[in-house]
Design a protein around this ligand. Structure first.
Ligand code: BTN
Length: 278
C-alpha cells in the first residue's frame, strides 16, 4: 500500500506554536533535511522547518546513516537561534528530553533518552536527534536541529535489530497520525527551547527523569574506550555536561568526549537506525 502523504492542511489545524514551524516546507525527497537547511544561503529564520517524506542520505551522529522508510515516519529539521550560545552543549539532551516527553504522552509509554540523543523504548530506538551548528568565533551563524522519529514503519533492516517504531510499541494496530505527532513535538519543543533560551537554570531534575541509567552504577565508554571502573551516572551538571561519581566520591565531568554509559542492569546497546558508514 502506498504511504499517505503528509497532510499540511490537517497539520495547520493542529499547530498552535508562536515561532516553531510557523513557516515550513514539505519535500518529497531530499538527501537530508539537515543538509538541506545547511546548504540554504538565505538568512536562517528561527523556527523554519523542513520535513521530508524521504531522505536518501539521512544522517545520524558520528557519521552514521539514518534509515527511514519513505512516507511512514517523521524526518525533519528546523533552524533555531540560541540566545545563550554558551549553553550549546546542553541543547541535544534538552531536545531529546522534550521529544521523549511528547512521545510518551502520545503513546502512553515511557519513552526515555539514552545519552545523549537516542529516544528509547524497552531497549529499542524509536528516534534520534542531530544538532549541527556553524560558528563564526563564538557566534552561532546557523543552528539546525534535526529529528527522526520512527512512527508507522513496522519492519526494519535485520542488520539493525534494535530499531523500532511507535506503532511497534503501541498496544493497538492503528497507524499514528504523523501530523498530530509533529504538531505535539513542535509545541513541546517550542516551550522547552524558550525556557532553554532564557537565563533560568537547566531543569536538570526533569531531564534526569527521562535519562536512562541516571543514578545507576555502570561503566562509561569514553571516545570508544570502555573504562574498567564502575561509576555512578550523576546526570548532567548545570552546564549540561555528563557527570559521573566513583565509589570514592570523585566526580568526573566530560566536556568534549564522546560518552556512552552502560548501566549494570544492561539495556541493549542500540545501533538501531544508525548503520556505520563504510
Ligand atoms: C542519531 O540518532 O544519531 C540522530 C538521527 C537524526 C536523524 C534526523 S532525520 C531528520 C534529520 N536529517 C538528517 O539527516 N538527520 C536528522
Amino acid at each position: 500500500m502506498e504511504p499517505t502523504l503528509f497532510n499540511s492542511d490537517y497539520f495547520n489545524t493542529l499547530l498552535c506554536t508562536r515561532w516553531l514551524s510557523q513557516k515550513y516546507l514539505i519535500l518529497r525527497e531530499v538527501n537530508s533535511t539537515n543538509s538541506y537547511l545547511k546548504a540554504r544561503t538565505d538568512k536562517p529564520e528561527d523556527g523554519f522547518l523542513v520535513l521530508a517524506e524521504s531522505q536518501f542520505n539521512g544522517r545520524g551522529q558520528h557519521r552514521r546513516m539514518w534509515l527511514s522508510d519513505p512516507g511512514k515516519n517523521l524526518t525533519f529539521s528546523f533552524y533555531f537561534k540560541p540566545v545563550l550560545p554558551k549553553r550549546l552543549h546542553s541543547l541535544t539532551i534538552v531536545v531529546a528530553h522534550s521529544c521523549a516527553k511528547a512521545l510518551s504522552r502520545i503513546t502512553n509509554k515511557n519513552i526515555q533518552v539514552k545519552w545523549p540523543n537516542d529516544l528509547i523504548y524497552d531497549g529499542k530506538k524509536v528516534g534520534g536527534i542531530l544538532v549541527e551548528s556553524e560558528l563564526i568565533g563564538d557566534m552561532v551563524e546557523k543552528l539546525i536541529i534535526g529529528i527522526g522519529v520512527n512512527v508507522n514503519q513496522r519492519n526494519f533492516d535485520p542488520k539493525i535489530p534494535s530499531a523500532s517504531s511507535l506503532i511497534n510499541l503501541s498496544d493497538n494496530e492503528m497507524e499514528f497520525s504523523r501530523e498530530s505527532i509533529l504538531a505535539s513535538l513542535c509545541i513541546e519543543l517550542e516551550n522547552d527551547l524558550d525556557k532553554w533560551n532564557s537565563n533560568l537554570p537547566l531543569e536538570r531534575e526533569l531531564i534526569h527523569s527521562s535519562l536512562i541509567g541516571y543514578g545507576k552504577y555502570g561503566k562509561v565508554e569514553v571516545n570508544g574506550n570502555l573504562t574498567t571502573e564502575r561509576t555512578k551516572f550523576a546526570g548532567i551538571c548545570n552546564q549540561g555536561f555528563p557527570t559521573f561519581v566513583n565509589h570514592a566520591g570523585e566526580i568526573t565531568k566530560y566536556r568534549h568526549e564522546q560518552i556512552r554509559f552502560f548501566p549494570d542492569n544492561p539495556i541493549e546497546d542500540n545501533l538501531i537506525n544508525d548503520v556505520q558508514n563504510p
